[in-house]
Design a protein around this ligand. Sequence first.
Ligand code: ADP
Length: 565
Amino acid sequence: MDFMSLPTIKTGLKNIEYMFGIVGIPVTEIAIAAQASGIKYIGMRNEQAASYAASAVGFLTARPGVCLVVSGPGLVNALAGMANANMNCWPLIVIGGSSNRNQETMGAFQEFPQVEACRLYSKFSVRPNSLEAIPAVIEKAVRTSIYGRPGACYIDIPGDFVNLTVKKNSAKYIGCCPAPPISMAEEMTISKAVSFILQSKKPLLIIGKGAAYSRAENSIRKLVDQCGLPFLPTPMGKGVVPDNHPYCVAAARSRALQYADVIVLLGARLNWILHYGLPPRFHPDVKVIQVDICAEELGNNVKPAAALLGDIKAVTEQLLDRFNRTLWKYPSDTDWWKDLWAKMQSNEATSKALSLQKQLPMNYYTVFHHVRELLPKDCILISEGANTMDIGRTMLPNYLPRHRLDAGTFGTMGVGLGFAIAAATVAKTHNPEQRVVCIEGDSAFGFSGMEVETICRHNLPIIIIIINNNGIYTGLDSETWKDILKLGEPSTYAPPVALLPDAHYEQIMSAFGGKGYFVRTPEELQAALKISLAEKLVPSLLNVMINPLSDRKKQDFHWLTRSNM
Ligand code: ADP
């Protein structure tokens, strides 16, 4: 029997639940076929946001989401999400339509070297050489996206493939790829790592987003509890062990990094987020026990004292097995613990004092304090923006793994609404009671603000909280803005960081049928958030006005570490 190319795409995408994209020539039929075969299709407003959404599905579910885009400019927009996914080590499949093969090199409509362009942003970038090859190519792309270090893969579908037919028995069918095989570390290296931990005077466990991705939470929690180890989550490692666990030393982050003598690094790279593992932020003689699934990562920036190559869940269980035999526990009365606790108390007191300030407009800490009191413990938190993300990370606890998504390794601003749409779409299928709260700066919101229409169209009850300081890092109040306009054109006189003061972003939400709130006081904030959380069907946007000059509390180190500090 004859059949079209489109079901062959679906055959390869077995076990793929979600596709995000924007249709147009030549991919509209692919979206229709995907829907017809049970894949949920979410039409977005910009391919960037669509690619961010699909990549977040990868982190949340460990199976890649798909981003479907048109040729040329559509694909170019999606490169942003491919790069972001690859940098974050998240699986993602991008399917791009491209010009018909017989028009190649002729200046075809939206012609672009797509396979070559995607190579830099992916683990695998390919055009199937025939219709018959599509299922095998898609299986390979899905497998490549989740095996080894996860990442993005690109499949190019020329327009003339879309409506071609082939004989059913001429296509090679390949079963859906199973979850990745589990790899374990060498037992000798495990022994070495254990002996370093046993000798350590100032141990520290760092839990990264690789640990969250590997679903290692149960064994990591056991390791922390059983061995009494202080631990520090990275931004997206938060929640693997709950932030309110007594051994969490996040409130003494700088101190913990600076003086630890043995660090067990579970799925986190020693990149800018962890100050490269180097002095002055780390002890010059620190022994790093590095656990990673990617062999090439072992030794980047710091030579590990023990390099444990393997899956974090399996390796943590290997470590636990050893500690089960020794029944060793790091004592709770050491000077290291006293030092960390003292620092945590003083840092928490400073944040608390800031959060209790009564002046209006509010500062970041006051806003987060009131938000924190109301958020459900199992909500998914999306966070982006400079101060909004950094202060939010310290003020808003996570209790569960993979419940925080943010600008990530690539520091990408504009991911918020795409991530929120992905999280709410996954929640709708798997956990309808779960709330998705997207807290972002006004600048970050602007990158993909039109996705509010997507949110309303798909009835996703996301709560967007914009922390609005009228600018990027800092802004101007409306009086100062008027004074600037008196001087002349904003292009000459307005500070580049300034955005329009008192913008009513909440009206974007009400324009599409959601609920919008303009918020100036803690009372208004609490009232609007309570109503929004009680509302399970309609999305909300809280536009929270803060002092345009509000800033982070004083830090021990400059951002990104200047060694001359
Ligand atoms: P963070 O941003 O939290 O510091 P990174 O993204 O820098 O984390 O690091 C995550 C690391 O986790 C990557 O080096 C990646 O190779 C690794 N990783 C991903 N999945 C696994 C897994 N299942 N087992 C071991 N390591 C993993």
